[in-house]
Ligand binder design. Structure first.
Ligand SMILES: Cc1cc2nc3c(=O)[nH]c(=O)nc-3n(C[C@H](O)[C@H](O)[C@H](O)COP(=O)(O)O)c2cc1C
Length: 187
């Protein structure tokens, strides 16, 4: 069954994880709603060959990060799940403290209050105590923290296989069954 998934790319390193997630969701017909933050655009351009415009052509809907009139700013706008991939420490902080000053933080606020799945993929190292406490806070509020720390046990042959080892972990936490999307085994 088609699900409506909101994918957000923020200004942490690891834009490729978000790109791959969008591609996988679209490859099996899910409806992808997309927000790319201002700094997400920068990291996307810096790290990949894709731009916000390119991703907008793959996604079904794309929103401006500052458009708080857009659907995802309201809990009554139906979404099945939300993923922030990659998630910066700044966006994590905003979510942890209910500081919804842009559409990513506001949509996450709504996702949590509506008790829908929210997957946060942070990319920062090392972590300070503020980062750790913010991760604890959002976890207590119902979010899933799924760090961008790829596995090596499956002997990845290239970056794509490393990236997939994270993206394939995100998908089930969005409430999508393993069988819907090519599954490479429990990691
Ligand atoms: C090239 C580049 C790489 C960055 N990498 C990270 C990162 O890995 N993790 C992080 O938390 N912030 C990182 N930042 C800083 C964030 O982009 C910055 O805190 C920004 O305000 C995040 O805003 P956003 O969450 O609204 O996208 C990076 C910035 C740049 C320019």
């Amino acid at each position: 069954m088609t699900k409506r998934i909101l994918v957000c790319l923020t200004g942490a390193s690891g834009a490729i994880y978000g790109v791959r997630l969008i591609e996988k969701l679209k490859s099996v017909g899910h409806e992808v709603h997309l927000i790319v933050s201002r700094w997400g655009e920068e990291t996307l351009a810096h790290e990949t060959s894709s731009s916000r415009e390119d991703l907008g052509k793959i996604a079904d809907f794309i929103y401006d990060e500052m458009d708080l009139t857009a659907g995802p700013a309201s809990g009554s706008f139906h979404l099945d799940a939300m993923a922030i991939v990659p998630c910066s420490m700044k966006t994590l902080a905003g979510i942890a403290h209910g500081y919804a000053d842009n559409l990513v933080a506001r949509a996450a606020d709504c996702t949590l209050k509506e008790r829908r799945p929210l997957v946060i993929v942070p990319r920062e190292t090392p972590l300070n105590l503020i980062h750790i406490r913010n991760m604890e806070t959002v976890t207590e509020a119902g979010a899933i923290i799924l760090p961008a720390s790829p596995a090596f046990w499956h002997k990845p042959k290239n970056i794509d296989e490393l990236v997939d080892s994270i993206v394939d972990r995100i998908i089930p936490h969005l409430g999508l069954s393993k069988t819907e999307i090519e599954w490479k085994g429990d990691i």
